[in-house]
Design a protein around this ligand. Structure first.
Ligand code: B12
Ligand code: SF4
Length: 501
């Protein structure tokens, strides 16, 4: 039996803007601490030399847990695991999080992974740590897949989605927001008031992970916790990590009212779908703003009803996007509309329709910006069988998923001249919106820039003609045109490009 009770948890580096301490690790740490385990959190911001820190911390540890999302996370997770396994072959390495949960077999195929925790991890990791501490095997631990003594892969049955009200609060005391603020410039602390989403969009794995079991904290709990956490850590910004915050609109509004009544001042933002926000009254959307909401991210994805149907987003309509833009504009809330381009079945006509309608929305409502991404096939998304028929090759190993070009990949039905046309029309769409924003901000430039660039750009979009793109060359000489933005905060994202098929 190991003579230690220390669990080391690692959150690998990613390529987006820092959003504060890794929230998943704070959630995982809480039940472990309650049960008497020691927990050490490691990430690249707390420990720039994270590999060495993990090698040091695992010297007297029970096990190492690593959180893995698809993409850049994987590289560091693999590197660190290999090094730890070499040095401490007997110490179990447990992978968890979305990528490992959705690509369990591939993850376990790696010699340095001993177990994968599928889905919510709080209770499964606790049970696993208890078994390791007691020197017992892992048979019967729900939600875990592992290799037994003979190297055979065992998948234990699923663990039902837990009601988050039954889970302890994340271990916020393990984090120091000041360390993250040194990089992001903002003192922020993530918060999650609900998990799951009732919808089943074909490109999203929320339904696979949370089984459409939306469950949420009560209003009082959210308000009380924020009223305690914000002053305690001197927090300026709270990004909510809920899958779809406004599923229960009444709860959302009551939270806003509670925050206002508490007198605490901070900014917060969340993601939701336009069907929910469009149903709210103007007054309720204003209450959100008054309570500190500055930004909301929406997975609008397309303005073509046919494409939305292909995506299994029949619940969302173009009028609701307009209504959402209008109500948030009135309330003074900035919104990002995510757009997926190149979804299987989307034609150039659908795409042009999306650009036209979205341009019209942005023309009328200056609070709207866009985050366009080329469709990315993440592991476990429901549309995979169709994708395979269409020639998309599924990455075959953990490391192949690392190099997936998130949001900028090349698809079998969208390459060569078609892809060039898409990129060019997208650049013009974004340039058009940028010109509008810039000319609004700088009045003296308005007439000149509009005449010089605005008119030909609008003409091209209207006529769908994009040869000899001198306006793009000119604007690129001045600044970058295409900026993918985080749905959570609206901040710009990095821009990798690579083929996935
Ligand atoms: C916040 C967030 C991020 C933040 C996290 C930052 C932070 N400081 O925590 C950052 C910016 C890293 C991020 C990035 C990305 N994200 Co993101 N993100 C989210 C979001 C909205 C919330 C995550 C969260 O904290 N949830 C709350 C916690 C409690 O849940 P959790 O993280 O899932 O952790 C639980 C379990 O997964 C498990 N678990 C997690 N880690 C571990 C580790 C161990 C050892 C164990 C045992 C268990 C375990 O237990 C935890 C507690 O129950 C989710 C959507 C969602 N609703 O969860 C998307 C989501 C996870 N992201 C997603 C995507 C697509 C991305 C990006 C690929 C986007 C992009 N195009 O770049 C990138 C990937 C990284 C990169 N580019 O380098 C997808 C998942 C795709 C995938 N297959 O990995 C999600 C599900 C959104 C969606 N519906 O599609 N994201
Ligand atoms: S509405 Fe958003 S979270 Fe819900 S299934 Fe669709 S994409 Fe996923």
């Amino acid at each position: 039996m190991p003579a230690t009770n220390k669990v080391v948890l690692f959150y690998p580096p990613y390529d987006g803007p820092p959003l504060g301490a890794p929230f998943s690790l704070l959630c995982l740490a809480s039940p472990l601490l309650r049960a008497g385990f020691k927990v050490k959190l490691v990430d690249n911001l707390l420990h720039p030399d994270y590999e060495r820190a993990i090698l040091r911390e695992t010297e007297d540890a029970l096990c190492l847990g690593i959180s893995v999302l698809t993409g850049p996370h994987i590289g560091a997770a693999v590197r660190v695991s290999r090094a730890v396994k070499k040095l401490r072959p007997k110490m179990p390495i447990v992978f968890g999080g979305w990528h490992s949960s959705l690509a369990t077999e591939q993850t376990l195929a790696e010699p340095f992974v001993d177990a994968v925790v599928r889905g919510q991890g709080e209770l499964t990791l606790l049970e696993l740590a208890q078994r390791i501490a007691e020197g017992r095997d892992w048979h019967g631990v729900r939600g875990v897949s592992f290799k037994d003594a003979d190297g055979r892969v065992i998948h234990e049955p699923e663990r039902p989605v837990a009601n988050i009200n039954d889970l302890p609060a994340p271990a916020y005391h393990l984090t120091d927001p000041g360390i993250y603020a040194a990089v992001s410039g903002v003192r922020q602390l993530a918060y999650t008031s609900s998990v799951g989403c009732p919808y089943q969009c074909n490109y999203c794995t929320d339904q696979v992970f949370y089984k459409r079991r939306f469950n949420a904290y009560r209003v009082e709990r959210v308000v009380d916790e924020l009223a305690e956490l914000v002053p305690r850590y001197n927090i300026e910004h709270v990004p909510f990590f809920d899958s779809n915050f406004l599923v229960d609109r009444r709860r959302g509004v009551a939270i806003a009212k509670g925050i206002i009544a508490s007198g605490i001042k901070f900014h917060w933002d969340f993601q939701t779908s336009t069907d929910f926000l469009a149903l709210m009254s103007e007054e309720d959307v204003r209450l959100l703003a008054e309570s500190g909401v500055r930004h909301i991210g929406f997975g609008t994805e397309s303005a073509s009803q046919e494409v939305l149907t292909l995506m299994n987003k029949r619940f969302q309509h173009v009028e609701q996007m307009v209504e959402t833009a209008r109500k948030t504009h009135v309330a003074g809330i900035h919104v990002v509309f995510n757009i997926i381009l190149g979804y299987p079945g989307e034609t150039e006509a659908h795409r042009q329709q999306t650009f036209r309608i979205m341009s019209d929305i942005a023309k009328e409502f200056s609070n709207v910006t866009f985050s366009p991404n080329i469709f990315t096939p993440y592991p476990g998304i429901p549309i995979w069988p169709q994708l395979k028929e269409m020639g998309v090759r599924e990455p075959q190993s953990l490391e192949e998923w690392e190099t997936l070009a998130l949001g900028t990949n090349v698809l079998p039905w969208l390459r060569g001249e078609d892809l060039r046309r898409l990129r060019r029309s997208l650049d013009y769409f974004l340039l058009n919106n940028q010109i509008r924003k810039v000319t609004k901000k700088i009045p003296w430039a308005r007439r000149g820039v509009r005449r010089l660039l605005g008119a030909p750009v609008r003409w091209r979009i209207g006529k769908n003609r994009y040869s000899f793109p001198w306006e793009l060359w000119l604007s690129r000489a001045v600044e970058k045109v295409v900026t993918r933005r985080s749905l959570l905060t609206g901040q710009p994202l990095a821009e990798p490009t690579q083929e996935v098929c």
